[in-house]
Design a protein around this ligand. Structure first.
Ligand code: SOE
Length: 371
């Protein structure tokens, strides 16, 4: 494969804008875009600087001239659009949640494996350099044995009952909303940074507003979890999209036998290091960072990197994998399946008044990572 990867995009909203910017920065060639109508696709292609628009996802995926397709459509369409892209021989980045059920997610893992395509899910917060630094500290034993963790993902864009979005419609978004949408990021980062899987969880969920605009709402606004990791560490996780003043506040704090570490997504240039004899803020600096953190750290210290830079680093890794690379820590469809299984465990626990649900990962040849 020579020259820039030709990229297609299904969807024309906020995430399609993030994906097209990241694709271009990763030296891809945004070649085609389709949205919910031909008119919306044409407008989005113009707005996002994509070479052409296609009338619909089918014509985009069957055009036959794309190396990779970025699926940024509503959750209920992820399976259909991903299968169409794989059938056309394209590699795929599919927005999370990968699918609205674990069964569909497992189908997509198998389909990507059978097609021998790179298949990734943008658990993008893995790509902040200081998240990778925290992961390296844990792996190198700097924290000691992780004993507890406290994590949250809080937003406020659905605070008002008049706030609505296709995600609030279970038909379009799936049975879970807040957890599938952002709790999936949270659990992915907990497992990625701690190096431990969540072996069991208990959850409570709440739908604060039963109607939003003209839509009856049954999926959750908030979720609270207790988790136990494979090494016995205990954790508290809070997810809400109704937390006034919190815009995209993903936080993860790990407490080990030697040190603690806290990462805040809205302050991605720093990592709090806690010690009984004194604590400090570690600022991003590629000169002193662990190799996998330095790899993401494309600017000198003091030149702040942010969310779009993390997204570009993710797309750069995926494009590298398409061209034969094996980038460290790239989130694949197997991670999307993991998130779908955790989501179903959360809903099952909540439906059973907080029963503990076993979530130790199943490994089977069909669902192991390709990369
Ligand atoms: C909305 O909650 C949203 O755009 C999520 O869908 C993204 O995955 C998250 O990164 C930011 O917030």
């Amino acid at each position: 494969m020579t020259g820039p990867l030709r990229a297609g995009f299904i969807g024309g909203g906020f995430m399609a804008a993030v994906h097209t910017r990241a694709s271009r920065a990763a030296r891809g060639h945004p070649a085609a875009l389709a949205s919910s109508t031909p008119e919306r696709g044409a407008q989005a292609a113009r707005d996002l600087g994509v070479e052409r628009s296609e009338p619909d996802a089918h014509s985009l995926t069957t055009a036959g001239d794309l190396d990779i397709v970025h699926v940024c459509s509503p959750n209920r369409l992820h399976t259909e659009h991903t299968l169409a892209a794989l059938a056309a021989g394209a590699h795929v980045i599919c927005e999370k949640p990968l699918a609205t059920t674990a069964a569909d997610a497992e189908h997509l893992v198998r389909a990507a494996r059978e097609a021998d395509r790179v298949a990734a899910v943008p658990f993008v917060y893995r790509y902040h350099p200081m998240a990778r630094q925290a992961r390296a500290f844990v792996a190198e034993g700097e924290l000691g044995t992780v004993l507890t963790l406290d994590a949250a993902y809080l937003q406020d864009w659905l605070l008002d009952p008049d706030d609505t979005n296709w995600r609030a419609d279970p038909e379009a978004g799936g049975a879970s909303r807040a957890f599938a949408d952002i709790g999936s990021h949270l659990c992915d980062l907990v497992e990625f940074v701690s190096g431990q899987r969540i072996h069991r969880l208990t959850a409570r969920t709440r739908t604060v507003f039963g109607r939003r605009a003209d839509t009856e709402v049954t999926n959750e606004d908030t979720a609270a979890l207790l988790v136990e990791l494979g090494n016995g560490a205990l954790g508290t996780l809070l997810v809400s999209q109704l937390a006034p003043g919190r815009k995209n506040s993903l936080t993860l704090e790990l407490h080990g036998t030697r040190q603690s570490a806290r990462f805040e997504q809205e302050r991605p240039e720093e990592l709090w290091i806690g010690r009984r004899e004194g604590s400090h803020l570690l600022l991003r600096d590629p000169a002193t960072a662990a190799p996998d953190s330095a790899r993401m750290s494309v600017l000198p210290p003091g030149h702040a990197l942010g969310y779009q830079d993390a997204f570009t680093a993710f797309v750069t890794d995926v494009y590298s994998a398409v061209q034969g690379g094996r980038p460290e820590g790239m989130p694949t469809f197997a991670d999307g399946l993991r998130a779908a299984r955790l989501t179903e465990a959360v809903l099952a626990s909540a439906a059973q008044h907080g029963a503990w649900i076993e979530t130790a990962p199943e490994t089977s040849p069909e669902t192991e990572d390709r990369t």
